[in-house]
Write a protein that binds this ligand. Structure first.
Ligand code: NAD
Length: 448
């Protein structure tokens, strides 16, 4: 590991990654190898998570290809120094921002979108001119193998390499000194990463999780809400960081919503062949324990052999129930009710700031109130999860759901240090001693 990092540092100091030409070539190489490995990646995703071919393409392979195309289109512009305004008291100078790569980046990924969540940050890290070590999740075993193969056959290890292994390997990697750490995973491990990074004052992006609420008020179109929530929740068997974790529906609409949710799930997720599986037995058992049989209104078919849990809806859930004490990260959808939006907002404020929040409503006042008064990473109105797919807006958490953001141009910014530069054209010495009363009078006129 140590040798690997030394070699990358040496390579970075050759300045090869600094040119537009080099970065563009590497992005193209990445694009080509992802295209070449489309089928092996799909097979591995099916093996590890029972991910359907469509989801494998739309949420992992195609998702990343689209990001590379976008980066290729804009990279030249992103890399250019940007002129900024200069205040009047600095007359005769110009100001610029020069983006520069941090140097050596470590990317650590989780198991749920095991390809996309290491490749997507990789796009940003390459675009910004860094060298990279990738640590994919050890739980998505087959994907881990394909990622290692793809990267190692495409890039020189002194530029981009992959380290595989369990959490102890990740822990050892974190003891090394990097110039930037990009971590996606649980809040618990995020805290470990942050602590280890602090030793070298290494800057970090932490893309973490949490319990993302969905609010449905009395004005909402329930049919559309049910369709969108079942899509956001049951994709990848609920193992999506921004999946709606639980629903708060206005009490007058609960029964109708449950009826419509059942219908939606029947239409879209009743085919076991194309429904995701839970990553491993440990998570399967954890999820099984979160289901209170007395509250099940739909689903709850479990198969221990292949870690299958059917879409499961729980009703009359209370905040004190087990399912409300941790991020669910599985196909279990608890429904709670509320009667007063102000009280609900006050209650949600008591909890940690979530990664996402969704609201279904036609009432502008209600929507604006929620957007103004509640803090969360990002979200959607009358939709779920789709904000993650728009590279024009940053994606990230706040508070316990994360630090920093990426996607699109934000990825380039995340992996770049913005070097602020002033270039002086006209020499003047107003601010220099010797000071005088007239100089002070002048400075008082300017700085106020
Ligand atoms: P995890 O935190 O258990 O593991 C992620 C990575 O951390 C793995 O590569 C693992 O090797 C490493 N790791 C685990 N324990 C470690 C330790 N003690 N020391 C050092 N490294 C350690 O996460 P997971 O279970 O793979 O993924 C699920 C979590 O990730 C959920 O909380 C989910 O919300 C979150 N997530 C967030 C996003 C996002 O974009 N914000 C995306 C996907 C998943």
């Amino acid at each position: 590991m140590n040798e690997m990092i030394k070699n990358q540092k040496k390579f970075f100091s050759t300045n090869q990654t600094l040119s537009y030409k080099y970065r563009k070539e590497q992005l193209l190489k990445l694009k080509n190898v992802i295209i070449k490995y489309e089928q092996p990646l799909k097979d591995a995703l099916y093996h590890d998570l029972h991910k359907s071919s469509f989801e494998a393409y739309s949420t992992e392979i195609g998702f990343t290809l689209h990001s590379i195309s976008y980066a290729l289109k804009h990279l030249k512009q992103w890399m250019k120094p940007k002129r900024r305004k200069t205040p009047i008291f600095m007359f005769g100078s110009n100001s610029y921002i020069y983006p520069e790569p941090y140097g050596q980046v470590l990317i650590i990924g989780p198991y749920n979108y095991p390809a996309q969540l290491v490749l997507e940050p990789l796009v940003g890290a390459i675009a910004s001119g860094n060298t990279v070590i990738i640590k994919p999740s050890e739980y998505a075993k087959e994907v881990e193998k394909v990622i290692a193969k793809m990267i190692q056959e495409t890039f020189d290890p002194s530029y981009i390499d992959v380290v595989t292994g369990d959490y102890q390997v990740t822990s050892k990697l974190l003891d090394e000194r990097f110039d930037y750490i990009f971590f996606t995973g649980s809040t618990r491990v995020g805290q470990i990463v942050y602590e280890k990074a602090s030793k070298h004052l290494t800057p970090v992006t932490l893309e973490l999780g949490g319990k993302s609420p969905t609010i449905i008020d009395e004005s909402a179109n329930l049919k559309k809400a049910a369709a969108s929530i079942s899509f956001g929740k049951f994709m990848n068997a609920g193992q999506t960081c921004i999946a709606p974790d639980f629903i708060y529906v206005h009490e007058s609409k609960k029964n109708e919503l449950i009826k419509l949710l059942k219908k939606e799930v029947e239409i879209r997720y009743s085919n076991e062949e194309t429904f995701g599986h839970i990553i491993h037995q440990g998570h399967f058992n954890r999820l099984k324990n979160l289901i209170d049989d007395d509250k099940v209104v739909y689903g709850n078919q479990l198969n221990m052999e292949n870690n299958f849990i059917s879409p499961t809806i729980l009703s009359d859930v209370e905040t004190t129930d087990k399912v409300m004490q941790e991020e669910i990260f599985g196909p279990i959808l608890p429904i709670l009710t509320y009667s007063n939006l102000d009280e609900l907002i006050a209650q949600l404020k008591q909890g940690e700031k979530p990664l996402a929040l969704y609201m279904f409503s036609k009432n502008k006042k209600h929507i604006n109130k929620v957007l103004l008064e509640l803090s969360f990473g990002g979200g959607a109105i009358n939709d779920t999860i789709m904000h993650v797919s728009n590279g024009h807006i940053p994606f990230g958490g706040v508070g316990q759901s994360g630090i920093g953001a990426y996607h699109g141009k934000t990825s380039f910014d995340t992996f770049s240090h913005m070097k602020s530069i002033v270039t002086k054209k006209i020499h003047h010495t107003l601010a220099y001693p010797p000071y005088s009363e007239s100089k002070e009078r002048l400075i008082k006129k300017i700085l106020k």
